[in-house]
Design a protein around this ligand. Structure first.
Ligand code: NAD
Length: 498
């Protein structure tokens, strides 16, 4: 049995207490590795290495730090196939999606290759007589990232790319469900030239997370995961005096106006609702047709499209999606399907009880479609995080704006229409952080920023782009005056320099 250990001070390190967690192959349902569950003592070793390495790294000029990012990008690209294979074998997403996961993270690394430019401060000459004011962005010191299972490459890179490029040391606590790719990324960062202690991986569960949140040497914590835990991490981290950003769950809506291209909408939904088995925080699990006629036409087109989806093992190049991450999650998704039935929604396509021949123990869930879902149902209010699409019918554009605006989550939303005015109104008024206009999964590119509203994010700074730079640095502002200590008379100075 393979053991997945911490990566501390440049070396694999086993945990002191000897607790482990099983890492499954979701295709077969079998345990394929055991990951170390760390303790506060393990964290202490990583903190010591980070403290040793960080001052020198912060003092390294930003162009040299950027060169490490360039080399890291090349190494990840050179290892793309192996990384995607490893990611897919622990997560269950198909290889194309695994490559997408890595690629979207690499785009943040590309942004970080330009870090010298974005770290330049502001300057005012002559803010007063002989007085200049300038500001600089300095690293926080040691930062930590706590990441979810569903993007084991992209989300760590969102965080450590910017944190490290700006001069911090970074401790990554990845999901214990698919921890191998984060470790590989940290090894590649070492190979790229990052000093030992600049990117370390500590594994664990709540015990390690609490140790991170309470440790006085950690200045900032970035978290992505489910909302209750995000809120907990936010509260406890802030209480300990840290800077915290904590992204949570989602329930994204796709509004379909009567004038939308329904064939395109159906094709988009096949990917956005069911891709990666619905285990994406920017998935589109709720579709809101406006008007009964739109709803009927959409439903008629959706049913055959959903029935045609191919569920397969994650290495099947023809499969639309693979298994969900583990048995507990499969049971949870199926329980939510039952809850929808119990609450009175119409189950149009039932994905429960799905088995794949030859992989009967795999964690597969068939594609599921509900119609006549209403806002009072708990199956609507809560995040299911599985291959389940719900149709919520809206009578008007106003109703359609209200649904995502009043939902507890506010991560992403999309509108499908040919009407520019409707789209513009919707984008301006909807109470959600990321909006797609005829774009089903509006994940902003790396040089913009990622972040939802309401219970989808606690704290006020987004991931990556300039918001990421802001999160991982603090501003120092200098007001300077240089009296004429060398006896230069005013007449010797060029005019205008006072
Ligand atoms: P999760 O909340 O179970 O786990 C996230 C992290 O928290 C993991 O590292 C885990 O080890 C740790 N953790 C788990 N239980 C804990 C506890 N009791 N105390 C402290 N830490 C704990 O989330 P997940 O199931 O891995 O990921 C899926 C969730 O993440 C979904 O809700 C999804 O919407 C969300 N997500 C959000 C975004 C976003 O940007 N908003 C992006 C991706 C995923």
């Amino acid at each position: 049995m393979r053991n997945i250990d911490h990566l501390i001070a440049g070396h694999a390190a086993e945990a002191g207490a000897g607790r482990t967690s099983d890492v499954y192959d979701p295709n077969t349902g079998k345990v394929q590795a055991k990951v170390t569950l760390g303790t506060a003592a393990d964290l202490e070793a990583a903190i010591a290495a980070a403290q040793k390495a960080q001052p020198g790294w912060a003092a390294t000029n930003p162009q040299r730090r950027a060169r490490v990012m360039f080399r890291f990008k090349e190494l990840v690209e050179a290892n793309m196939d192996a990384l995607a294979q490893l990611l897919s074998s622990e997560h269950g997403k198909v290889i194309a999606d695994a490559k997408g996961d890595i690629q979207r993270g690499l785009e943040v690394i590309e942004f970080c290759c330009g870090i010298p430019h974005v770290l330049k401060g502001e300057y005012t000459q002559g803010a007063g007589p002989g007085i200049d004011v300038y500001s600089m962005r300095q690293p926080l010191g040691i930062g930590a990232g706590i990441t979810p299972f569903n993007f084991p490459a992209m989300i760590p890179m969102w965080m450590f790319g910017v944190a490290i490029a700006t001069g911090n040391a970074f401790l990554l606590k990845p999901s214990e469900r698919d921890p191998s790719v984060p470790v590989r990324l940290a090894e590649l960062m070492l190979e790229a030239g990052a000093p030992k202690g600049i990117l370390q991986v500590v594994h664990g569960d709540k015990e390690m997370v609490d140790a991170i949140l309470d440790h006085p040497a950690i200045n900032a914590v970035s978290f992505v995961g489910s909302s209750d835990i995000a809120h907990y991490v936010y509260r406890r981290g802030v209480e300990a005096g840290k800077r915290v950003q904590a992204m949570g769950g989602a329930k994204n809506h796709g509004i379909v106006m009567p004038d939308a291209d329904l064939d395109q909408v159906v094709a988009d939904l096949a990917g956005a609702a069911f891709g990666s088995a619905g285990e994406r925080c920017m998935a589109l699990p709720v579709v809101v047709p406006v008007g009964e006629a739109t709803a009927t036409r959409l439903r008629d087109k959706l049913i055959p499209a959903i029935q045609a989806l191919r569920v397969g093992v994650s290495t099947d190049a023809e499969a639309h999606y693979g298994p969900v991450v583990n048995a507990a999650h499969k049971a949870r998704v199926e329980n939510w399907i039952q809850a929808g039935v119990d609450e009175g929604a119409e189950l149009v396509v039932d994905g429960r009880g799905f088995t794949l021949q030859g992989h009967e123990e795999g964690f597969f869930v068939g594609p599921t479609l509900f119609d006549h879902v209403t806002p009072d149902m708990s199956a609507y209010k809560e995040e299911i995080f599985g291959p389940v699409l719900q149709i919520v019918r809206a009578a008007s554009f106003e109703d359609a704006v209200r649904l995502p605006s009043e939902h507890q989550y506010g991560n992403g939303v999309a509108i499908f229409t040919r009407n520019g005015h409707a789209a513009r109104e919707f984008a301006a008024r909807v109470n959600v952080g990321m909006v797609g206009i005829n774009v089903p999964i509006p994940v902003p590119v790396a040089y913009h920023t990622f972040g939802g509203w309401k219970r989808s994010a606690f704290g006020d700074t987004n991931q990556h782009g300039m918001e990421g730079v802001k999160f991982w640095t603090k501003v120092k502002t200098v007001t300077q005056r240089w009296p004429d200590g060398f006896g230069l008379s005013g007449g010797d100075l060029p005019r205008g320099s006072e």
